[in-house]
Design a protein around this ligand. Structure first.
Ligand SMILES: *[C@@H]1O[C@H](CO)[C@@H](O)[C@H](O)[C@H]1NC(C)=O
Ligand SMILES: *[C@@H]1O[C@H](CO)[C@@H](O)[C@H](O)[C@H]1NC(C)=O
Length: 226
């Protein structure tokens, strides 16, 4: 038997209509109401406990994720020079030397690097490239120095390109980009993440003497993954 079926809907006070008829309610009806509200209250209680647990779990995993999440390595450029820049025929014995650092800022996460590739660009043109380091493992909070020299076969500067350098030099600065690429994996405790292809882009300006300008020295190189 359904006690709700014939119940009139509450009607806003309307002078034209007679007030709704009150039905006679049986004891069974009231028992039903009490039972209903009890089950509702219990299920509300269980629901709120469940939701609170879910919230607490969410907060805990968010905090864990924040503290365990690997930070990408930080790269800085400290030195960059192309000494023969002051000579008009400098392209014949051109040499570029650089000194950059990669820091693993993570407190508990190590980083595996596959061999690193260093490429120098001038106006987005690749002018030289070289393999830099053997694959290595970088401990947490450690800094690795990446320094090398590009010359001869690893540096391809035509006389025409050298003319462009000379024109820029006459304006005061020549801008290069050192691109350091590697494939890295993070080591979280005993678990290694998958490999990520990483690029560090160091923009460097050199002065008329071919040495890095103070504004570029120590600059951070943006790191991104592809
Ligand atoms: C390269 O730069 C680092 C950091 O400034 C420095 O400790 C290191 O001596 C430099 N290496 C050379 C060869 O200058
Ligand atoms: C960084 O790691 C190298 C090689 O594992 C180690 O020789 C060097 O002492 C470490 N440096 C620091 C600051 O922990």
């Amino acid at each position: 038997m359904n006690h709700w079926g014939n119940r009139p809907l509450p009607i806003e006070s309307d002078p034209e209509r007679p007030p709704p008829i009150r039905r006679h309610h049986t004891a069974r009806y009231y028992a039903h109401i009490v039972k209903d509200s009890l089950t509702t209250r219990i299920s509300k209680f269980i629901c709120s406990i469940f939701l609170s647990l879910l919230l607490i779990l969410g907060v805990i995993s968010f905090i864990l994720w924040l503290s365990l999440r690997p930070h990408r390595p930080r790269f800085h450029i400290h030195d960059f020079s192309i000494p023969s820049l002051s000579q008009a025929d400098g392209f014949q014995n051109a040499e570029i030397s650089f000194n950059a650092t990669a820091r693993n800022a993570n407190g508990h996460i190590g980083i595996f690097y596959d061999s690193m590739q260093g490429t120098v660009y001038y106006r987005d043109q690749n002018i030289g490239s070289k393999s830099l380091l053997y694959p290595f493992y970088q401990e947490p909070k450690n800094t690795t120095i990446i320094e090398d020299v590009l010359s001869g076969a690893t540096l391809t500067v035509s006389s025409q390109r050298w003319m462009e350098f000379m024109n820029d030099r006459a304006q005061g600065t020549v801008v290069f980009r050192l691109d350091l690429t590697s494939t890295i994996r993070f080591k979280v405790s005993t678990w290694n993440t998958k490999r990520h292809r990483m690029h560090a882009n160091c923009d460097v300006s050199v002065g008329a003497d071919g040495l890095i300008l103070a504004a570029s020295k120590g600059r951070r190189c943006p790191v991104y993954f592809t």
